[in-house]
Ligand binder design. Sequence first.
Ligand SMILES: C[C@H](O)[C@H](O)[C@@H](O)C(=O)CO
Ligand SMILES: [Mn+2]
Length: 416
Amino acid sequence: MTVKERYESAKEVYKAIGVDTDAALEALKKIPISMHCWQGDDVIGFDGAGALSGGIQATGNYPGRARNPEELMADIDKALSLIPGKHRINLHASYAVFEEGEWVDRDKLEPKHFAKWVEFAKERGIGIDFNPTLFSHEKAENATLSSEIPEIRSFWIDHVKACIRISEYFAKEQGTPCTMNIWIPDGFKDIPADRTSPRARLKDSLDQILSMDYDKTKVLVAVESKVFGIGVESCTVGSHEFYMNYASKNDILCLLDSGHYHPTEVVSDKISSMLLFFDQVALHVTRPVRWDSDHVVLFDDETKEIAKEIIRGGADRVLLALDFFDASINRLSAWVVGMRNMQKALLNALLLPNETLAQLQASRRFTEQMMLQEELKLYPIGDVWNYFCELNGVPAKEDWFKEILSYEKEVLLNRK
Ligand SMILES: C[C@H](O)[C@H](O)[C@@H](O)C(=O)CO
Ligand SMILES: [Mn+2]
């Protein structure tokens, strides 16, 4: 049977439970995922400002890490060619592209340092999202926006302001808003004596940043909380409560990273609450293994549950990005697996009879609800997925992997 014939057969199976597979594929095609550039080079960046810091870690030494903008762009291109649909790319400020012999510190970054990325994105018709980089820098050794040292705090305030200007430039050039997400590593290894002062300084820094004049329809500022990081186990200044309150009072976005909560807490359970109080919510989907380990996103239960909440809450209300970095495997394969898995999870959610399931819950027919949810797990989603790949001109099933192998042989292994 061909992929199309299998799809036609699956379509009938779904039709019997009231699910329109054609509509699901149309909807899936319209959901962009912001693919993080930092999986390609183990979060190193190009500004040479410092080794990876901030309590995050890329482990492994698989050959072929992208070492410069050309290599990273080529790798992103290859990965995107194996992922169905049109997506976005997510950059960090540390990925500024300088002219030969040029260098400026992070507080002096300008749109021109990202012109190459705009050129890259425009040629491919994709949008760009952005992140100030408040780690891997000598001035980030202790604290950034919450620093007790006025010059350090001003430096980072200026950096984030510069990033807002760069985000505005991206948005203007690409014609779609740019999500600009702020994450800082500030915190304390051991029990602090004063939790309030650092948080008050962080609040003041954000106030100063947001007081600048910028187009709020073009730059969607988000703040990303975290429960702990390596070296800051006892207290994170930018905690969930801090940022949720700050975002709500200041009309900016909260970004929920699925690795940034207590191990038994799940982001899938938070999305509906956020969407009742905010117009939109931003996500970093990742896979924490025992800690915020940033493993590649799998087609696992929590990813599926997050996707259900995105579809049920309205995909246009969720700014979806991925955030993992695994240096122990082929980095392009990591991107492709993670992106395709996020899409499979979204497809899975789109293929559910969501109305029927909600009605079963509303009438408290939980026995039937459980039965149906379990039976649906074995419905022929694979046939629908393969057809989606074919429709979008990318290899179905595992067929994309041979492209990775030849790219590894011809390109990655030559990066000595
Ligand atoms: C590199 C990212 O910005 C970073 O991973 C941040 O988003 C995060 O999740 C830190 O744990
Ligand atoms: Mn994150």
